[in-house]
Design a protein around this ligand. Structure first.
Ligand SMILES: Nc1ncnc2c1ncn2[C@@H]1O[C@H](COP(=O)(O)OP(=O)(O)OP(=O)(O)O)[C@@H](O)[C@H]1O
Ligand SMILES: [Mg+2]
Length: 371
């Protein structure tokens, strides 16, 4: 799968730009703050219906403008598709496939798979469990539409249950346990179903991940990802029920898959975030992302687009060489690369002998460059 043409209108620092892309490698160059990452984010919006960086649509609109529109012409399995992402201030965003708006945005997820790697990804290792759940959920939602609807249902029920617990705490009226039961029964069922899927998919993911990590480093260290969940505890349903009193005091649901974690370890069960060197952590994250790409390819039966944002930063030539070689070995699909200093990466990328198009960005204007 690849994008043939991209139009951005009032998107971040772009007012109106149209570019024709290489189905193989697209290199985006330009000074800091020129708009390289924004261009990749526009593609992210087309694929996932949301920015990789901002949860608030209004931040994506060019300053002083009332709306934005991103349009992409995709090629997938011999067919062409037009995907549009529109947002107008004060309205809901709309995603259109071949001119027709989706009834549910979730129906779009997974159709045009994209994987982005950017420096911010380090937070998957360094920050709390929420980041890791987000990473794995985004993958599992893209490969399994039913997982996405189950998860949305779970989040909805959890919100309702938490609101009820809060209401009980604030009012001294009669507690409606029948209503609480009506949330708990489906929540317990979804906990079990989502747990089973997370366990199954994490095990599958591990095989891709270990191979990627091995290819990226000379490391002999044993890396591991351990899925950890309350649901695995003996008699989870009993525990969940017993926990009601505590939940009432804390005004939120304290047990369930929304508390899951994925523990990353190195060697003898030591946390990657504490014991991994900077280089090991960087390789770890890239291996996570390339494993994500391989798993998405397997399930979607299409080659995902790879967005590489600033990944050569702080790497020496030898490492860039190794990384580029690995990425080329992992995907034959379309790749976008941003680099503020392309003189070093360019020569290495040229060795791949793929069709390269170079775009030079300056203050939100894009020029096709011939060198
Ligand atoms: N809604 C918006 N309206 C106008 N400009 C915006 C908007 N959102 C972001 N920008 C501008 O976009 C620029 C950042 O663009 P981007 O992150 O793509 O830069 P970059 O080329 O990737 O830079 P770096 O090399 O530092 O990563 C900033 O100058 C920022 O002010
Ligand atoms: Mg950038």
């Amino acid at each position: 799968m690849y994008i043939e043409k991209l139009n951005v209108l009032n998107f971040k620092n772009y007012s109106s730009e149209e570019i024709s892309l290489s189905p193989e490698i697209n290199l985006v160059t330009g000074l800091n703050g020129s708009g390289k990452t924004n261009l990749l984010d526009a593609i992210h919006c087309l694929s996932l219906g949301k920015s990789a960086f901002s949860t608030q649509e209004q931040n994506l609109i060019l300053t002083h403008q009332p709306f934005l529109s991103v349009l992409g012409f995709f090629h997938k399995s011999g067919k062409s598709y037009e995907v549009r992402y529109d947002y107008q201030k004060g309205s809901k965003k709309v995603i259109l496939l071949d001119g027709k708006a989706y009834d549910r945005l979730s129906d779009h997820i997974g159709r045009f798979p994209v994987v982005m790697i950017n420096p911010d990804d380090q937070k998957i290792i360094r920050e709390g469990s929420e980041e890791r759940r987000k990473f794995f959920d985004q993958l599992f939602c893209q490969i399994d539409h039913h997982y996405l609807t189950q998860l949305m249902h779970y989040v909805h029920l959890l919100k309702q249950r938490n609101a009820l617990l809060k209401e009980w705490k604030e009012s001294s009226g009669k507690k409606d346990y029948v209503l609480l039961d009506s949330y708990d029964a489906p929540l317990l069922r979804l906990n079990k179903e989502l747990y089973d899927k997370r366990q199954k998919y994490t095990a599958h993911f591990m095989t891709y991940f270990l191979l990627q990590y091995k290819k990226l480093t000379e490391d002999k260290e044993q890396m591991k990802i351990v899925y950890q969940s309350d649901v695995a505890k003996e008699d989870f349903a009993g525990l969940f029920h017993k926990n009601r009193e505590r939940d009432q005091i804390l005004e939120r649901t304290t047990l369930g898959i929304h508390k899951d974690d994925f523990i990353f370890t190195i060697g003898e069960q030591q946390a990657v975030k504490h014991f991994g060197s900077q280089g090991q952590q960087k390789s770890f994250v890239i291996a996570l992302k390339l494993a994500q790409l391989e798993m998405m390819r397997e399930f979607s039966k299409t080659e995902p687009i790879l967005l590489l944002d600033d990944i050569f930063d702080k790497l020496d030539d030898e490492r860039i060489h190794h990384l580029v070689h690995n990425i080329a070995g992992t995907t034959s699909g379309q790749i976008f690369i941003t680099d503020a200093r392309p003189e070093r990466s360019m020569e290495i990328i040229r060795l791949l002998k793929r069709e390269i198009r170079i775009f030079h960005v300056s203050k939100g204007e894009i020029v096709v460059s011939d060198k």
